[in-house]
Design a protein around this ligand. Structure first.
Ligand code: ZN
Length: 408
């Protein structure tokens, strides 16, 4: 039987703009998001996305493309530095990091005449039977088959029988939930994969903006593989050494919305995750960038929160000794888990996304042009201290002399 078409997508900018990006930047942001989320991915099947990004940057003036032994990808904007020598202030390289995979299936083979597939990533096993899955060959954009997830097999792993097969499966194929690549409804983007292709897209949009202005410092985009199975690609990259020296990383994610971090209330400066808290100075730097944007752009909103609905690669970076902070988008239907146990597209707010792109750009530029936020905060606290020291000294004298009286 013929394979059916992917459910219809609709990529169109929301009519009302927040004013954070200009119209050309918005159009470009949407085109980047569309290209990325229309490329199917799963843990260990990120081929199409790696190819797409390498094609985008390889041989391009001002960019270096590095692929490590695990096929993680690092794209470095170097252009401005090469032309003008060292930047105004000596700085560590700023790097933005996001992962290329999303929970999905890998075809295992046949068992008693039926195809089977294993599932990789954080979705409860009980939600999977009955789901329609669309299968691809790695690196190819045309689907080769669809099937329905049958019973979980007694393997001790998440392995399922496949039923109602249409098309031709082969070992090595991977599967994704059969949902539209993306549908914009109002200001919400509903997509099979927001986590983490919106993080990836935000980095690409930021690198493009930095190239436009010939940004005079190195800025890297790190694109990792197999995050959903335990930061596997990222840890491989961290252990490879050499690629990540003298860098400050900002990990980008789509993270489950919380009562205190809502979809539509702006990008989130993420001070920590379920497992750890992040670098205080990078968190402060991100917040300072958000405050500058807020003062300058009336439509810009932002939030600051410890997003404990999941853990992210910034935890791994910090554990392996690479300074990391984080930013994220508040995400609905995390890992496609909708209300009442239904599998549905994830969603984010498009204005939050534009805000995230603006925030990353502001952080990169502000590193070179704005007062150091740590110095600024310390100066403010020092000022408070200076103004209060006479009172502190006077009362200290009294307390200390009363203690002396007691002991004599
Ligand atoms: Zn993620």
């Amino acid at each position: 039987m013929e394979v059916s078409a992917v459910p219809a997508s609709r990529f169109a900018l929301p009519k009302r703009a927040s004013g954070v990006l200009d119209s050309a930047q918005r159009e470009r942001a949407l085109a980047i998001v569309q290209a990325l989320v229309s490329t199917p991915t799963a843990p260990y099947a990120e081929d199409g996305l790696v190819q797409l990004l390498v094609n985008m940057y390889a041989g391009r003036e001002g960019f270096d493309v590095l692929v490590d032994e695990h096929a993680n990808l690092v794209v470095v904007w170097t252009g401005g530095v090469a032309k003008r020598g060292s930047s105004k202030r000596a700085h560590r390289t700023l790097a933005f990091s996001a992962h290329l995979d999303h929970p999905g299936f890998l075809v295992e083979g046949r068992r008693q005449g039926n195809w089977t597939a294993s599932f990789h990533g954080g979705v409860p096993a009980k939600l999977l039977p009955g789901a329609t899955v669309r299968f691809y060959k790695p690196g190819r954009s045309e689907s080769v088959a669809t099937a329905t997830v049958g019973a979980q097999l007694p393997t001790g792993r998440m392995v399922f029988a496949l039923t109602k097969l249409r098309g031709r499966l082969a070992k090595g194929c991977f599967g994704v939930f059969d949902q539209p690549h993306g549908v914009m409804r109002g200001s919400r983007l509903h997509a099979r994969v927001c986590d983490d292709l919106l993080g990836v897209a935000a980095i690409v949009s930021t690198l493009e903006a930095l190239a436009d202005t010939n940004h005079p410092a190195r800025v890297a985009g790190i694109f990792t593989r197999a995050e959903e199975t335990g930061f596997v690609g990222c840890i491989g990259l961290l252990q490879a050494q050499g690629l990540l020296t003298e860098v400050d990383v900002i990990g980008l994610e789509c993270s489950p919305k919380r009562p205190f971090a809502k979809v539509g209330s702006g990008p989130v400066v993420r001070v920590g995750d379920k497992r750890s808290v992040f670098d205080p100075y990078l968190s402060l730097e991100l917040s300072a960038a958000a405050e500058r944007l807020e003062a300058r752009v009336p439509g810009f909103r932002w939030q600051r929160a410890l997003m404990d609905g999941g853990s992210c690669e910034s935890t791994a970076y910090n554990l392996w000794g690479v300074r990391a902070g984080a930013a994220c988008l508040a995400l609905g239907n995390y890992h496609n888990c909708g209300p009442a146990g239904r599998l549905e597209p994830e969603f984010v707010d498009w204005n939050d996304y534009e805000g995230l792109v603006a925030l990353l750009q502001e952080m990169a530029v502000g590193r070179l042009t704005s007062e150091s936020p740590t110095l600024k905060l310390q100066t403010r606290l020092q000022g408070l201290y200076d103004s209060q020291t006479p009172r502190l000294a006077l009362s200290a004298k009294r307390i200390l002399s009363s203690l002396e009286e007691r002991t004599t």
